[in-house]
Design a protein around this ligand. Structure first.
Ligand SMILES: [Zn+2]
Length: 238
């Protein structure tokens, strides 16, 4: 296989069950890593039959339907760039993308709230395929298991990197925490800006949408208030 085909084909593959970064086009040969110009590669045709090739073909149809001049040098390979961007933006859909979790026994019997605040995320709304982005605040009260804090941030990314709606994403994170950790309680608050509301439709720039989901001990007002008091007080997001 020619080197370029091998590199381009790699975007559909995984290593050891771990999803590989979609833009990781660097290859090792003889133990030496060769830097490759990513901006050049993203313009290349995709390997036939791959998802990138199928999305690119479909998006080319969108460009044609818009009656755009596909001989314009800025547009001739746009469909390949869009398809590769989708691979990255929707990485949560890939087989094996779910974060691998190793939870630990809660040997210290830690019984208070664990929270990770202000986890920035980017997603695309399932209704318009326009970006929504913001900040996630995740908390749980351990039962018998605890988990590495970075895993909570990875969980946010996993659910953000797909066509998504904010309400569902909020619920999915709490449901996943319940399933994997059996905590005594879990709560998630998302604050986000939606471009489908800012640059089209009602056209209200900067509006912040807040959603929350909770379970277990967070049903208690005192516990919920403790978490809410930790959140950054903000009325806007940059
Ligand atoms: Zn939308």
């Amino acid at each position: 296989m020619r080197e370029q085909e091998r590199i381009l084909g790699a975007e559909e593959e995984e290593e050891d069950g771990e999803p590989r970064p979609v833009r990781s086009y660097g290859i090792a040969r003889g133990g030496v890593s060769h830097e490759i110009d990513l901006d050049e590669l993203e313009n290349e045709p995709a390997r036939p039959g791959t998802r990138v090739a199928r999305v690119a073909a479909a998006f080319r149809g969108v460009l044609e339907a818009l009656d755009l001049d596909l001989d314009d040098p800025n547009l001739t390979t746009t469909h390949f760039r869009v398809a590769r961007a989708y691979e990255e933006l929707f990485a949560g859909l890939r087989e094996g993308a779910e974060p691998v979790w190793k939870s630990f026994p809660n040997t210290e019997r830690y019984s208070q709230m664990v929270s990770v605040l202000d986890v920035r995320f980017f997603s695309l709304c399932a209704h318009h395929f326009l970006p929504f982005f913001g900040s996630a605040h995740v908390a749980y009260i351990p039962g018998d298991q605890i988990v590495g804090l970075s895993k909570l941030a990875r969980l946010v990314d996993f659910y953000a990197r797909r066509p998504q709606i904010q309400e569902r994403m909020t619920e999915q994170i709490v449901a996943c925490l319940k399933k994997r950790l059996a905590p005594r309680g879990a709560m998630v608050v998302l604050q986000a800006r939606h471009f489908c509301m800012e640059m089209r439709g009602v056209s209200k720039p900067g509006v912040l949408t807040t959603t929350s989901a909770l379970s277990g001990l967070f049903e208690e007002d005192r516990v919920r208030q403790e978490f809410l008091s930790l959140l950054p007080s903000r009325t806007s997001l940059g």
